[in-house]
Design a protein around this ligand. Structure first.
Ligand SMILES: *[C@@H]1O[C@H](CO)[C@@H](O)[C@H](O)[C@H]1NC(C)=O
Ligand SMILES: *[C@@H]1O[C@H](CO)[C@@H](O)[C@H](O)[C@H]1NC(C)=O
Ligand SMILES: *[C@@H]1O[C@H](CO)[C@@H](O)[C@H](O)[C@H]1NC(C)=O
Length: 364
């Protein structure tokens, strides 16, 4: 008996020391994308209040002050960092207090798309985010902190999170020049083609673990619902939802292709679309009171993007008392309550890819 116990302790301590080494390796997240992930990078660029959320009532429930996040509180990327036991991620462009341990960087920018044409001049497009990433990992910043050898390990174990595409598909409608669009399929191919180049570039730098979200039914965002003709008002704006659907199919194929062509390429794909559709169809089942109207804004469904009263020509707005009862925070964004549930599913729930995010952070 004593012998067995001794033996078990030996095995156990051996395993524990191995996994400690592994744990130390999986220690960084690099975040790319749009307002679903932007912690306030746009506070540091030349842009307009259309792409900023650094005024009341943004941030009102969790932070109690506006951080630049397009929600009442935290975003999906904030929860993911929290689940990984990392500190809250600051915007990359904020001059930084270095933490003791390197945990990555967040390059996301509200309004950004894959294509540089998307809200051009007002956002940090994905290609520029990639440029910042290269700067972050090539230059002194990372290497000086951890050394060349460890910086390679950090990059290959890091998780690369992407929320991107929504703005490529909504900007033509928001800017009212959708007639400029090439055919839907061509446009989606352009978006995915450019996304491929960015993902390949990160792979070349050592990135192996990628986390993607697919796109929601974009036409059901309050800001797009109001684009329907007056007499049909209420339903979703189908053309935008159709683009999202095409994108989601192409995204899944793209990820399979990456997996087939790039050795050790690993990914998760969170089904944002299905979850959003579920809660929009039956808000009360999921603990929400309102699924069409945004908490903050004006006009039908609060679909006019006036939340905060700081955007040009849009001074009037209302804000609900309890954002937790709403799915949409403003005309285009979700409440913290929704982001939290999504992050939780992305972390530990089923994925359309082979893994969920938690597995990327776990010790073998
Ligand atoms: C769409 O319209 C906006 C504003 O009117 C303009 O800045 C932009 O260049 C247009 N985009 C295209 C593709 O024509
Ligand atoms: C990337 O997007 C541009 C438009 O910004 C387009 O002309 C080009 O063909 C796209 N590249 C790929 C590889 O799809
Ligand atoms: C992908 O990630 C999972 C979970 O971390 C791991 O078990 C698996 O070996 C990885 N696959 C490849 C090809 O790296």
């Amino acid at each position: 008996m004593a012998k067995v116990a001794f033996f078990l302790i030996l095995i156990f301590s051996f395993r524990a020391s191995c996994s400690l080494i592994e744990c130390r390796k999986a220690g960084a997240i690099f975040v790319f994308g749009d307002s679903f992930f932007d912690p306030g990078n746009n506070n540091y660029i030349k842009t307009t209040t259309l792409d900023r959320a650094n005024f009341w009532p943004y941030g009102v429930t969790y932070f109690k002050y506006p951080t630049g996040r397009f929600s009442d509180g935290r975003l999906i990327s904030d929860f993911i960092a929290e689940y990984a036991k990392f500190p809250l991620m600051e915007p990359y462009l904020q001059s930084r207090n270095y933490h003791q341990v390197y945990h990555g960087a967040n390059f996301a920018s509200a309004g950004a798309g894959v294509l540089p044409e998307t809200f051009q001049g007002a956002v940090i497009d994905l290609r520029t985010q990639l440029k910042y990433f290269k700067k972050e990992v090539n230059t002194a910043r990372l290497i000086k902190k951890v050394g060349v050898f460890d910086s390679k390990t950090i990059l290959s174990n890091a998780v690369y999170l992407f929320s991107i595409g929504t703005n490529d598909y909504i900007s033509p409608f928001v800017l009212k020049n959708s007639s400029m669009l090439p055919s839907h399929r061509e446009y989606v191919a352009m978006v995915i083609g450019n996304l491929t180049q960015v993902v390949r570039a990160i792979y070349k730098k050592g990135g192996r673990k990628f986390g993607f979200l697919n796109l929601g039914d974009l036409g059901c965002l309050p800001g797009l619902r109001i684009l329907k003709q007056q007499n049909q008002l209420g339903g979703c704006f189908e053309e935008a939802s159709t683009l999202a659907k095409l994108h989601n199919e192409a995204l899944q194929n793209f990820l399979l292709e990456m997996k087939n062509h790039l050795t050790d390429f690993n990914h998760t794909l969170y089904d944002f679309n299905t979850y959003l559709r579920q809660i929009l169809n039956r808000p009360s089942k999921y603990g929400f009171k309102e699924g069409k109207k945004a908490c903050c804004g004006s006009g039908h469904f609060n679909g006019i993007f006036s939340c905060g009263g700081k955007r040009e020509g849009m001074k009037e707005f209302e804000v609900c008392k309890n954002p937790n009862e709403f799915i949409f925070w403003d005309s285009y964004h979700l409440t913290e309550s929704v982001y939290k549930r999504m992050a939780h599913q992305m972390w530990s729930g089923p994925s359309k890819g082979p893994y969920n995010l938690k597995q990327f952070f776990q010790c073998p």
